[in-house]
Design a protein. Structure first.
Length: 650
């Protein structure tokens, strides 16, 4: 257990965490305050029970099958009558005066020397102990049958209770009802089951800055991501989430909202306001809502330290950290297991996979650390690549499949170790193809085609240099790049290492974009336009991010000049066009297809080569082959041409 005592500093309006508990200690206190407890149950019709957990063991009220049943079409016989039957000397049996079809109860006993016709599924009559197949019999002239082979007792008979015996436990409490379980229950004649009632979970976001998605964004506001994320994750874990919206940082309003939520729900999950900052009020309210109140506030997690766990009169109240990724880690690691246990659901084993870590991941000693990873199918199983980004980056979700936990006592996770990955989604979704690097509207066409063909593609835009680095580390299959080497005056090939090979893509015209009618640029050559832009101090540019091929072009063009707007460095061609079109900048450099779709003026500069660095090891993979095939397909060529790309690969 790790406790870091820090003296309180009330004078600044900022309280500090007095006691930081270890992850395990915090979880143990939370569980001690909640368990043991009974699981809320309800009775449901079989048809409405799918996906729910059984609350009690189910025993079979009857035998399945309920009677001795014939498995074939034929005759019910006494096996002893056929002891000497053979091809050469068939046994002769008199046929009884009834036919047992499915659903027909037999009337007559099978006496020695007789047989009763019976269908598959028919009840075996008294006196008979075996069935002979109709194929092995022959009617005789006098209305009897000749049987050409012997029978063992029990042959082609399913005995009563041989499938399920009356009184047998067929399903156990905690089992989740799927179609198979529904089948078992129906076969036993069970129409209603007692299941664990779904937990009613209230979800509340807190913060003055929050705006709900779909509403216009005020200045300095952000969209409420946690509300949607937590509600979805609750549903994925078998709860019923009620999202109650976002409440500002107002103690009275928030307290009212929390009390109302607790009155009608089993669980309350908040996010934000848990740091002990001046505006953070939620944790102060919790202690007034019921006993024992807060059991952990401040946990040695990274990220996630401000997590607050409380139990108020038997109901869990959780305040997740505000940063969406921190909220996710702590929710999945600390809250999901507790919710599932409360709801009588088994642990989410299907949401964990084992994967190898290809690189050493450093970690802070003394805090349980979470690292997002994206999964790639390696030669020997799954490989988990860390997708290192700060705790505030929501985009890491798009790249990450889940996270690994590094225990507090470890200062790193060694390369090559196999470790459990907790998945964010209920099912693993390793992409067939991973593309990391520069973005291009042409590439989107190729990716869309692969999607239509049933392949999953993860496409991560981090610029040409970032893509190359990822390819060299084996984190992707393909890195789209457009890098100009000034020494050799050529594109892309000089940047490749031995384990990469170049696949030609297409060429795209890079040029200066401006708003139509801007006289500083209209009808100018590139040189004139640049001179005019640099001469006018009111003329604002928009740059591109470090590591992008376009940025290299910008820097080449500007030389030492640093005009206004140079430090505005968005990550995509579209963002450059948007900045100019919306008047936040007057010029920038982007590609012709993007300029055209934004209806901007365009002065061509240079035709750059947009190619693909292929990881040689991964070339033979079917998805890589599909990508290469798509590049040269007539369908893609047509579409690329329409967008204005040239020198298409063949
Ligand atoms: P807090 O714990 O309230 O100080 O929040 C920490 C950070 O998370 C701040 O940048 C908040 O704006 C952000 N944040 C808080 N709640 C949410 C939310 N529901 N969705 C997205 N970001 C949030
Ligand atoms: Mg806040």
């Amino acid at each position: 257990m790790i406790r870091t005592p820090i003296s309180p500093r009330m004078d600044t309006g900022q309280e500090q965490f007095l006691t930081v508990l270890s992850r395990d200690e915090a979880l143990a206190r939370f569980e001690t305050a909640l368990f043991p407890r009974s699981i809320p149950t309800e009775e449901r019709k079989l048809a409405d029970a799918l996906g729910l957990a059984l609350a009690i063991d189910v025993t079979a009220p009857t035998d399945v099958p309920p009677f001795d049943r014939s498995n074939v079409d034929g005759f019910a016989v006494r096996a002893a009558d056929l002891d000497s039957a053979s091809e050469a000397l068939p046994a002769r049996l008199l046929v009884n005066d009834e036919t047992i079809a499915c659903g027909v109860a037999p009337r007559l006993q099978v006496q020695a020397g007789t047989a009763t016709p019976i269908s598959t599924g028919g009840p075996v009559p008294r006196g008979a102990n075996a069935i002979v197949m109709v194929e092995h019999t022959q009617p005789t002239q006098d209305g009897a049958i000749a049987v050409r082979r012997g029978a063992t007792p029990g042959q082609f008979v399913s005995h009563a209770g041989s499938d399920i015996a009356r009184g047998e436990v067929v399903l156990r409490a905690g089992m989740v009802i799927g179609s198979g379980e529904v089948g078992m229950l129906a076969a036993c004649g069970i129409a209603r089951v007692t299941v664990a009632r779904k937990l009613r979970v209230a979800v509340l976001s807190t913060g003055d800055e929050l705006v709900q998605p779909g509403q216009p964004l005020r200045p300095a506001a952000i969209f409420d991501a946690n509300g949607a994320i937590v509600s979805a994750a609750v549903t994925e874990n078998g709860g019923v989430a009620t999202f109650l919206g976002a409440v500002g940082d107002n103690e009275a309003l928030l307290e009212a909202a929390m009390r109302e939520a607790l009155a009608t729900h089993d669980v309350l999950i908040l996010s934000g306001g848990t740091s002990k900052g001046a505006g953070d009020v939620s944790h102060r309210i919790v202690n007034r809502l019921g006993e024992p109140g807060i059991v952990a506030h401040g946990v040695a997690l990274k990220p996630g330290k401000p997590l607050c766990l409380a139990v108020c009169d038997g109901k869990p109240v959780v305040i997740l950290p505000g940063f969406p990724t921190s909220a996710m880690f702590t929710f999945h690691d600390m809250v999901v297991p507790v919710l599932r246990r409360m709801a009588g659901l088994p642990p989410r084993t299907e949401a964990k996979v084992a994967a190898k870590i290809p690189l050493r991941i450093p970690s802070e000693l003394g805090r349980t650390e979470f690292a997002m990873v994206s999964l790639v199918q390696g030669e020997q199983g799954l490989v988990a690549y860390p997708t290192g980004k700060g705790s505030g980056a929501i985009t890491s979700f798009a790249q990450a499949d889940g996270f690994v936990r590094i225990e507090a006592l470890a200062d790193h996770l060694p390369a090559g170790i196999e470790t459990p990955v907790t998945l964010f989604a209920p099912h693993i979704r390793v992409p067939d193809l991973v593309v990391i690097g520069s973005n291009c509207t042409g590439l989107d066409l190729v990716v869309s085609k692969l999607f239509r063909d049933g392949l999953t593609v993860r496409s991560i835009v981090i610029g040409s240099l970032g893509g190359l680095a990822a390819a060299k580390r084996g984190e992707c299959d393909i890195a789209p790049i457009h890098l100009f080497d000034t020494q050799t005056e050529s594109y892309n090939a000089p940047f490749l290492s031995d384990d990469l090979e170049l696949v030609e893509g297409w060429r795209r015209m890079q040029g200066i974009v401006y708003r139509q009618g801007d006289v500083r640029f209209q009808e100018s050559s590139a040189d004139e336009a640049l001179r005019a832009a640099l001469a006018d101090l009111d003329c604002i540019m928009v740059n591109r991010n470090q590591g992008s091929g376009t940025r290299i072009l910008v820097d080449q063009l500007l030389g030492p000049a640093r005009p206004e707007g140079y430090w505005n460095q968005p990550r995509s061609h579209n963002a450059v066009a948007a900045a100019v079109a919306q008047g936040r900048a007057d010029w920038g450099i982007t590609i012709a297809p993007v300029a055209r779709s934004a209806a901007l003026g365009f002065i061509p500069l240079t035709e750059e080569h947009y190619d693909f660095a292929l990881v040689s090891d991964r070339k033979a993979r079917p998805a890589t082959q599909a990508f290469l095939a798509a590049l040269v397909s007539p369908e893609i060529h047509e579409a690329l041409k329409l967008l204005g790309f040239s020198h298409l690969p063949d």
